[in-house]
Design a protein around this ligand. Structure first.
Ligand code: PAF
Length: 282
């Protein structure tokens, strides 16, 4: 497994791989790799000749009061995960090379960025879209892999890829969960034991929504009311948002139907967690 730190080095490697007709599967990450990332890498491994993983904690997607400086950085452990998962190249650029002091170009995907998480994290998805655009240009993947846990991010990247004509297939891979249902996230490491236990309420509320829908409930307001009541029982939990939206446009639906996305963000103490499900029958 190679580690490449320079943008030039990464571009050269990808160009040469392409010349040899080898397909590239790409998994962009911010490191602190967990089983969720592992499943993206495994999928990429199965579907491509080469697998490239980027590890870059992207300052552009963090707000001024967010956790950029405390975001877990465990590069050596991450390399172990990548080796074990059969990665060919880890791209590990420095902030200074990705965003030199003269840097001034940003990519914004319109309305999709302003809803759900975009409301409480203004500028976040511009940061994501910008770095993903740069990474697509540098790595030149055939297929890129993203987790369903970041549902809004996946929708935005699909849109970005279509709108800017990137010749990249976007694959969205199901959320990987702990045994008790908590969605895997690098930010789970911020939780103390009590909060860790209480954080399962995100998944429990989604399961409750599923049960209500199975029982015939179609009114999003009623479903959200029940989810809020359940989460309200947890002292350390503060709801940022719960919404039921269309999977393409992320607009709030009036009636729940198959293919809707139920998404939520909840603060557990000082940690903001997100989760979601897609309704598979209604
Ligand atoms: O999902 C993430 O880890 C990040 O948002 C991404 C896609 C690597 C961009 O920095």
């Amino acid at each position: 497994m190679k580690v490449i730190s320079s943008i030039n080095g990464m571009m050269k490697f990808s160009k040469s791989a392409k010349r040899q007709g080898r397909s590239i599967g790409f998994v962009p990450t911010m490191g602190a790799l967990h089983k969720g990332h592992f499943s993206l890498i495994r999928k990429a491994r199965i579907e491509n000749d080469l697998v490239i993983v980027s590890i870059f904690v992207n300052p552009a997607q963090f707000g001024p009061k967010e956790d950029f400086s405390k975001y877990p950085r465990v590069f050596k452990l991450d390399l172990g995960v990548c080796k074990q998962a059969g990665v060919d190249v880890v791209f590990y650029p420095r902030v200074k090379e990705m965003y030199p002091s003269s840097y001034q170009t940003f990519v914004t995907v319109g309305e999709l960025s302003d809803t759900l998480c975009g409301k409480s994290r203004p500028g976040h998805f511009t940061g994501v879209a910008t770095v993903v655009t740069k990474l697509f240009n540098i790595v030149g993947p055939d297929t890129a892999y993203f987790g369903q846990k970041d549902a809004q991010q996946s929708v935005i990247i699909r849109r970005l890829s279509r709108d800017l004509n990137f010749p990249v297939r976007i694959r969205v891979v199901p959320t990987v969960r702990e045994i008790d249902g908590l969605a895997m996230s690098s930010r789970n490491s911020y939780l103390n034991q009590r909060q860790r236990d209480e954080a399962t309420v995100l998944n429990h509320s989604l399961e409750l929504a599923k049960d209500l829908i199975r029982a015939g409930e179609k009114n999003p307001k009623e479903i959200i009311r029940c989810m809020k009541r359940l989460i309200g029982n947890i002292k350390s939990a503060k709801i940022d948002y719960i919404d039921i939206v269309g999977l393409e446009d992320l607009e709030t639906v009036k009636k729940v139907s198959k293919g809707c996305l139920i998404a939520l963000a909840v603060w557990i103490g000082k940690t903001r967690l997100i989760d979601n499900i897609i309704i598979d029958g209604a």
